[in-house]
Design a protein around this ligand. Sequence first.
Ligand SMILES: Cc1cc2nc3c(=O)[nH]c(=O)nc-3n(C[C@H](O)[C@H](O)[C@H](O)COP(=O)(O)O)c2cc1C
Length: 239
Amino acid sequence: MNAIADITPDITPDIQARIIDAFNFRHATKVFDPERKVDARAFETILEAARLSPTSFGHEPFKVLVIQTPEKRELLRDFSWGANGMMSGTTGQLGTASHFGIILASTAETMTAGSDYLVDHYRTVKQLPEEVIEIFNGAYGRFQTTDHGITTDREIADWAGKQAYIVLANMMTTAALMGIDSCPIEGFDMALTTQTLGRDFGIDTGKWKPAVMCAFGYRAKDPEFPKTRRAMADTVSWF
Ligand SMILES: Cc1cc2nc3c(=O)[nH]c(=O)nc-3n(C[C@H](O)[C@H](O)[C@H](O)COP(=O)(O)O)c2cc1C
């Protein structure tokens, strides 16, 4: 018996198989069937997985933009080489996905310890009493300055971006469990995407920067190549 089965005897082989099947099913889908749309309830489930994702300190330093109108998607095409089909000779994920998202990460303006934004988040979202807010301010301040050395604008936005990638993973796994395909996308020009979000999407780019994009839908065809991964022994070390 393996270690996971040892500590979780209630998890049936059936559930384990469904989880592993979902991870094998998920692949980075380059072209979706443009005729097949993800139904609204299924997509709400994917968004709920995003919303319920864990984040460091519970700061939720992310936001998901869902971009559905072709006109808005086209604004991203020129500089989104990982989603515009240039490598497959198609209209890519931007042209074919049922749902297309950009996950934004918070910037230093809101994610610096003691910011008005964070204090308000502790009060109104986390509903912490004032004395606990003091403790959070202190602990997060030390985390930023001492523990992890996250103090520059870039470092703070990158830290928020890490949280955004947890959201991304949860959205893709949730989709895969429902038989929905997806593609994570970081093939885009950061500066031009930020500029476009500010100018054409009304995003306050002082507070938010793009972290990663994601597309959802149903594959146009099965992947050409089987999934390859390192062996478990090269991936995990036990001590
Ligand atoms: C953060 C991230 C960014 C990625 N960016 C792109 C991208 O811009 N375009 C694309 O087609 N695939 C992209 N991929 C897909 C990877 O190339 C793919 O996940 C990897 O080769 C493993 O293949 P699989 O996902 O099909 O198992 C990205 C994957 C991740 C995790």
